[in-house]
Design a protein around this ligand. Structure first.
Ligand code: PLP
Length: 436
């Protein structure tokens, strides 16, 4: 394997700068990591599974699966409401997971970590609980053209409801946000800037602190869609200078069914509840209710306790690998992936050229084979990739395509799987009788 640049010790990258250099040596022992993931031992269509759909959902290590199964075996009970031992143990496990997330993200308070179902629900929570209270006719929300539908549709719905206006930052030809447009699109009417930390199509790592600084200058709040951020490197929500940060643990070795929303502590009191019901109240009469303090105010009903326990275990696991090491691993894979894909003249690649500007994914198209056909053929080789619009239809339009294929790598993937991918892409050409 050759790399474009080398450096012995990459500088710390808080997923907001482009200072990571391509490491010359592996930062993770991938063979050891793989042994922790039982699903990677299976075959698909008679071939060993090559799982390259990590931007959609990652796999769980034994540590996560065991933690959740232990919870159900040993202390399954509802939380916060029982005086009996099982309920107290379940509550401790649930609140312990919250403390781990708070530490992992360097949150300003444990109470500012709210558990939801996923990133989508976290963003909807902000739109309802903060947006409806603070946005008015004529106010503006600044988004970008790369946003996932999760960070677009909730704001469209809010805009229709309250009459505010959506504005957008474009991208340049290299797949970076046009920061030069900030001066025009940020105005005294901007109340919120909602931007993804990392693009799920282009892989671009966006410079959140720079954007947040510009947003602050006009008095706007900043929401970061961290669905593709948290999995891929160290995230410090306070250093990013955000007000809201959302992510989905199922994209970072955790279970499906639980999401995270961090809200800056001093904003919690400026938010109304999202859902009403049990657990989120201080008092209830037949006519009226008052609200419990955060985070309970935003967590109506019985939460996904076992998923929270699994989330806590996933954080322990990620920290045992090291978030800096994970970032370096991805930059190294990226460098090789881009290099190998660039050898294939029949492919169009999307996103920044520099492997250190992006997380471990590449979207591409074969000029002659539809992305869905490519995905189906690769599946015959045991390779799982994603094909489609990636819930980013406006970005597809901006790129002038209907769909792309996307290969996304994580901690248990290595460069040999890049080679398997390339071989399968060549084999797909043969299926259609096309030149390689
Ligand atoms: N935002 C981005 C950038 C994503 O990539 C995704 C999922 O792929 C989401 C939001 C939505 O995540 P979820 O479906 O877990 O809510």
């Amino acid at each position: 394997m050759t790399t474009t640049t080398t450096g012995s010790k990459p500088e710390r990258d808080a997923l907001s700068s482009t200072t990571v250099r391509v490491p010359s040596t592996p930062s993770l022992d991938v063979a050891r990591v793989r042994a922790d993931f039982p699903i990677l031992g299976r075959t698909v269509n008679g071939r060993p599974l090559v799982y390259l759909d990590n931007a959609a959902t990652t796999q769980c290590p034994d540590a996560v699966i065991d933690a959740m199964s232990d919870f159900y075996r040993c202390c399954n009970a509802n939380v916060h409401r029982g005086v009996h031992t099982l309920s107290q143990e379940a509550t401790e496990a649930y609140e312990g997971a919250r403390a781990k997330v708070a530490h992992f993200l360097n949150a300003d308070a444990k109470a500012s970590i709210i558990f939801t179902r996923n990133t989508t629900e976290s963003i909807n929570l902000v739109a309802h609980a903060w947006g409806r209270r603070h946005l008015r006719n004529g106010d503006e929300i600044l988004l970008s053209v790369i946003e996932h539908h999760s960070n677009l549709v909730p704001w469209q719905m809010l805009a229709q409801e309250v009459g505010c206006r959506l504005r957008f930052i474009d991208i340049d030809e290299s797949g970076h946000l046009r920061l030069d447009q900030l001066d025009q699109v940020l105005t005294s009417r901007t109340r919120l800037v909602a931007i993804s930390h990392v693009s799920n199509v282009l892989g671009t790592v966006n410079p959140i602190p720079t954007i947040a600084c510009a947003a602050r200058a006009v008095g706007a709040k900043v929401l970061v869609d961290g669905a593709q951020g948290v999995p891929h490197g160290p995230v410090d929500v306070q250093a990013l200078d955000a007000d809201f940060y959302a992510y989905s643990p199922h994209k970072a070795l955790g279970p499906l069914g639980i999401g995270v929303l961090w809200v800056r502590r001093d904003i919690l009191e400026e938010m109304d509840p999202f859902l009403g019901g049990g657990e989120m109240i201080r008092d209830v009469t037949l006519e009226r209710s008052t609200w419990a303090p955060a985070p309970a105010k935003f967590e109506a009903g019985t939460p996904s306790v076992a998923d929270a326990v699994g989330l806590g275990a996933s954080i322990d696991y990620l920290e045992s690998l090291g978030m800096d090491e994970i970032r370096q691993h991805e930059v190294r894979i990226n460098a090789y992936l881009l290099e190998r894909l660039r050898e294939l003249p029949f492919l169009a690649l999307y996103g920044p050229e520099d492997p250190s500007d992006r997380c471990g994914l590449v979207a591409f198209n074969d000029h002659q084979i539809h992305a869905h056909d490519l995905g189906t053929i690769l599946d015959q080789h045991g390779i799982a990739i994603r094909a489609g619009h990636h819930c980013a239809k406006p970005l597809m339009r901006r790129l002038g395509v209907m769909a792309t294929a996307r290969a996304s790598f994580y901690v248990y993937n290595d460069v040999d799987e890049v080679d398997t991918l390339v071989d399968a892409l060549l084999a797909a050409r043969k299926v259609f009788g096309l030149s390689t």
